[in-house]
Design a protein around this ligand. Structure first.
Ligand SMILES: [Mn+2]
Length: 443
């Protein structure tokens, strides 16, 4: 049984900060993720829900965290799988309610079977459910299909969502969370260096993946998202994940791979030549992306608006694309009034995202998010990851012959502090000189 990564008092502090912002007539309901079938009776490796990890560190499936306000104070409960010798023989030992009450930051614990009665009872006493829906249908159904004998059927408009409060709390990392995120960044940095060292011309993308993920497992970690290993033109596919081709001798490989430690993610991208030497054309694009990445990192200042890193990276890319003759217009036309100019033909994604218990962490800032992104504050961890992509097959935009087939992205994990940005992934080299000296060193 793994020990909790944080002191009980740290979890209690999070719960207190969260619940003090909740209306006292709520019953807070945060289900854990259910197990997920892979095939027939085998399951995907279980990953607990990030909100549950954040509030109480519970890692077993079939569980739900609740809180109700009773006799002048919030009382937290954790519903868990009960002890069961037969199941434990097959599936592994369970902590059970008695163990949960002893070692976890909660007031009381009960078998998961009791969750329904507990929730309905609180609702019948007038508490409005504040639930993260969509995690576990079985728990959603308790709230949505109430037992008419137990109390009034809840109005849908009375169901609250506690995520607004939790999400903004989760964006600010404590010292101990930052320590864990530094470990995750260190492991991923070493994995990238190992992969560079063992790269050779015509290596298979899957072989690089194996080196990277082998290092994660060796370090008692695991990937935080499926590794992207794209050789040559595959680097221009933003979510390439089949990792199934060999990489041509003169080609670059783009590796976007990170791991997690106690649920906290790292997320690093590096691009290197499998031969160990960049061509002149590759160097031109690489140095432009690197300059844009460094400008993005420098813009990660406490108090700056979320968009500042995207603006900084975009300005560098737009100027460079004009200077290299890829765009035939002025710098400001290339950039566009709303950062929507033709530089976006070659840089289609955002410059970064929040990082934490989820690799694309909660708190806003991503395309499609309701929250356009927070003002940068000390304790936030973000990624900075500009790129340029010239897919040779595209016929909707001009793809210059010289750069056709090149895809480059460089991504680091950056902690915001009052004293300026700290690059957690600084152990992963990114200059052309460093990369050329490492690639193929121990093939
Ligand atoms: Mn990323």
């Amino acid at each position: 049984m793994r020990a909790l990564p944080f002191e009980l008092s740290e979890y209690r502090g999070r719960q207190e900060e969260f619940l003090s912002q909740m209306p006292q007539d709520s019953v807070v309901i945060i289900p854990n993720n259910p197990k997920s079938v892979r095939s027939n009776d085998t399951h995907y490796r279980y990953r607990a829900n990030s909100y549950v990890l954040y509030l109480c560190g519970w890692e077993e499936p079939d569980s739900v965290f609740t809180a109700v306000f009773l006799d002048g104070e919030w009382k937290t409960s954790l519903f868990v799988r009960p002890r069961d010798t037969h199941s434990e023989i097959w599936e592994g030992r369970r902590i059970g309610p008695e163990g949960a009450e002893k070692g976890w930051p909660i007031d009381q614990s009960f078998p998961i079977e009791d969750a329904k009665e507990h929730i309905l009872n609180a609702m019948s006493l007038g508490s409005k459910p504040s639930i993260i829906q969509g995690l576990d249908n079985r728990i959603d159904d308790i709230v949505l299909n109430q037992d008419p004998d137990k109390g009034p059927v809840i109005e849908l408009s009375d169901i609250q969502d506690p995520r607004n409060i939790l999400d903004s709390m989760r964006t600010i990392k404590s010292e101990s969370e930052i320590g864990i995120m530094q470990q995750a960044a260190n492991i991923a940095s070493s994995a990238h260096v190992k992969a560079m060292e063992k790269t050779f011309p015509s290596i298979g993308e899957w072989q690089i993946q194996a080196i990277i993920e082998g290092h994660f497992i060796h370090s008692e970690s695991q990937w935080s998202y499926p590794s992207i290993v794209g050789g040559g033109e595959n680097a221009t596919i933003l979510h390439y994940s089949s990792n199934s081709e060999t990489i041509g001798e003169g080609d670059l490989v783009l590796v976007d791979a990170g791991c997690e430690v106690h649920g906290y993610a790292s997320d690093i991208t590096r691009t290197w030549p499998v031969s160990g030497k960049f061509t002149e054309a590759q160097k031109e694009i690489y140095n432009l992306v690197l300059e844009a990445e460094i400008a993005g990192i420098e813009a990660c200042k406490a108090g700056s608006p979320w968009r500042s890193m995207h603006e900084a990276s975009s300005a560098v890319l737009a100027r460079g694309l004009v200077e290299l003759g890829i765009l035939d217009c002025s710098e400001s036309e290339a950039l566009g009034k709303n950062l929507d100019g033709p530089y976006r033909n070659y840089f289609m994604h955002g410059t970064g995202h929040l990082l934490g218990l989820d690799v694309h962490d909660v708190g806003g800032g991503r395309k499609g998010d309701k929250n356009p992104g927070p003002v940068l504050k000390p304790g936030m961890v973000v990624t900075v990851e500009p790129g340029l992509y010239f897919a040779s097959w595209r016929d909707d935009v001009e793809i210059p012959e010289r750069y056709a087939g090149i895809g480059i992205r460089i991504e680091d994990d950056v902690l915001i502090t009052e004293e300026g940005p700290i690059v957690l992934s600084s152990g992963c080299p990114k200059s052309i000189i460093e990369i050329e000296s490492i690639v193929g060193k121990s093939r």
